[in-house]
Ligand binder design. Structure first.
Ligand SMILES: *[C@@H]1O[C@H](CO)[C@@H](O)[C@H](O)[C@H]1NC(C)=O
Ligand SMILES: *[C@@H]1O[C@H](CO)[C@@H](O)[C@H](O)[C@H]1NC(C)=O
Ligand SMILES: *[C@@H]1O[C@H](CO)[C@@H](O)[C@H](O)[C@H]1NC(C)=O
Ligand SMILES: *[C@@H]1O[C@H](CO)[C@@H](O)[C@H](O)[C@H]1NC(C)=O
Ligand SMILES: *[C@@H]1O[C@H](CO)[C@@H](O)[C@H](O)[C@H]1NC(C)=O
Length: 377
């Protein structure tokens, strides 16, 4: 390389540097407005947003929306709790409920009976089903009942799952009445196939007809049943239900909150509407998992008078809490996929119910105990 060409290269470099500086200053001069704007956006993101967020956070907690609970459960009922005069062992508890006097009821799926806990005597008494814990198909017995609903006059409605019927019991009678179903499974409008859950809204009972993938509406005044949500997979996925395992009526929004076991989600169907909206879980792909938004086998759901949904995520061994629809979940009891019998963990948390103070009770089913989690704020 000759001397001349080295000089030329140096000059060229000098030129390039100058042009570069000129371009930058030209850019700043002609775009100063846009640059100032970008600076303002940066300041808002870094400084203003966190301030506004923390103010909002304070407003929420004064609204009583920021609920929290003790993560340590207290055992209320266990195998050591006396059962008066009946087979002294608990089976798998699949549902819990309170009556209007705040008595706790247990639906014992594998002992085919309904029990009531007396917090005064601290014992359990038989309300319905055979004392010896065997199944049956007459009007005083059940076969694998999965859910109960107790109305304001303390009548108990039982989803008598493997008898494919709904039984109504008044507390002082030793017999029930069949109100929906024929006793054999089927898909006619007067038949059910493994009804798993039920709830009441206004003058209607809504039944999660699991095996038929539909919701049945039973009119309590005319005693007639009709198909409220059917199963038509040619339509959009949010117009039908799939494996409805748990159903609860949410009166503030006049909607049904439905847990779809193999849809791995919980959805809200507003009465009179034509489709559901997602509360939590997989929206379209039947996806299960262990993240904050996913589930592994939903067993039971509960709602309060706000927009809160409590979900027993059984195979993840946890209770998930969702504050509003489509939000991220928070684990309020249990430890993800940890199985055990200390006060922080579960072995299949099958059922959840809230009392009026919003303490929640969990049927820790394979530990054969009922755990109570006290609300702390
Ligand atoms: C109680 O029920 C269990 C489970 O069905 C059974 O194994 C046991 O023999 C029963 N005990 C009595 C005293 O009936
Ligand atoms: C359980 O009790 C019912 C009703 O008394 C009776 O019909 C049934 O035979 C009993 N089953 C057993 C295994 O003792
Ligand atoms: C009781 O349960 C067994 C096992 O599921 C079943 O074979 C039987 O038919 C049931 N009996 C009645 C009366 O429901
Ligand atoms: C999804 O459910 C299946 C069947 O229960 C299970 O084998 C699998 O591990 C679950 N997937 C995740 C990501 O947890
Ligand atoms: C709890 O689990 C431990 C370890 O598996 C076991 O030894 C103990 O008997 C269990 N306790 C109860 C009350 O089930």
């Amino acid at each position: 390389m000759g001397r001349k060409s080295i000089e030329k290269e140096a000059l060229d470099n000098e030129d390039e540097r100058k042009t570069c500086m000129q371009t930058i200053s030209l850019f700043i001069r002609s775009n100063w407005l846009a640059l100032i704007f970008a600076l303002i956006i940066c300041i808002i993101t870094i400084v203003v947003t966190p301030i506004v967020y923390s103010i909002q956070h304070n407003v929420n907690s004064t609204n009583n929306n920021d609920l929290s609970w003790n993560t340590k459960g207290v055992t209320i009922i266990s195998q050591n709790t006396l059962l008066n005069g009946i087979n002294n062992s608990l089976g798998v508890i699949s549902s819990l409920g309170f009556d209007s006097q705040s008595n706790l009821y247990l639906c014992d799926q594998t002992m085919h009976r309904i029990l009531q806990y007396s917090s005064v005597q601290m014992n359990l008494i038989l309300i319905a089903g055979y004392a010896n814990g065997t199944n049956g198909s007459d009007v005083s017995s059940f076969n694998s009942p999965n859910d109960i609903y107790i109305d304001s006059s303390n009548q108990i409605y039982v989803a008598d799952t493997l008898n494919h019927r709904i039984i109504k019991r008044t507390k002082d009678s030793n017999q029930g009445t069949i109100i929906v179903g024929t006793g054999t499974s089927g898909s006619a409008s007067n038949q059910l196939n493994s009804p798993m859950s039920l709830t009441m809204g206004g003058d209607y009972l809504y039944i999660a007809d699991y095996g038929n993938n539909r919701i049945i509406q039973y009119d309590l005044t005319t005693s007639t049943a009709n198909i409220y949500i059917g199963y038509d997979t040619t339509q959009l996925r949010n117009t039908y239900v799939y494996t409805p395992i748990s159903i609860r009526y949410h009166s503030p929004t006049t909607s049904l909150v439905i847990g779809q076991q193999l849809g791995y989600n919980v959805v809200r169907w507003t009465l009179g509407g034509k489709n559901w909206n997602l509360i939590a879980g997989s929206v379209s792909s039947d996806l299960n998992g262990t993240s904050r938004t996913l589930f592994n086998r939903i067993c039971s759901v509960a709602v309060d008078t706000q927009m809160d949904t409590y979900i027993a995520d059984c195979d993840n061994q946890r209770i998930q809490f969702f504050q509003g629809d489509g939000t991220k979940g928070r684990t309020i009891a249990g430890v993800i996929q940890a199985i055990g019998n200390n006060s922080y963990i579960f072995n299949q948390p099958n059922a959840i119910v809230l009392n009026t103070k919003l303490d929640f009770y969990v049927a820790d089913s394979i530990n054969y105990r009922i755990q109570m989690f006290q609300r702390t704020s």
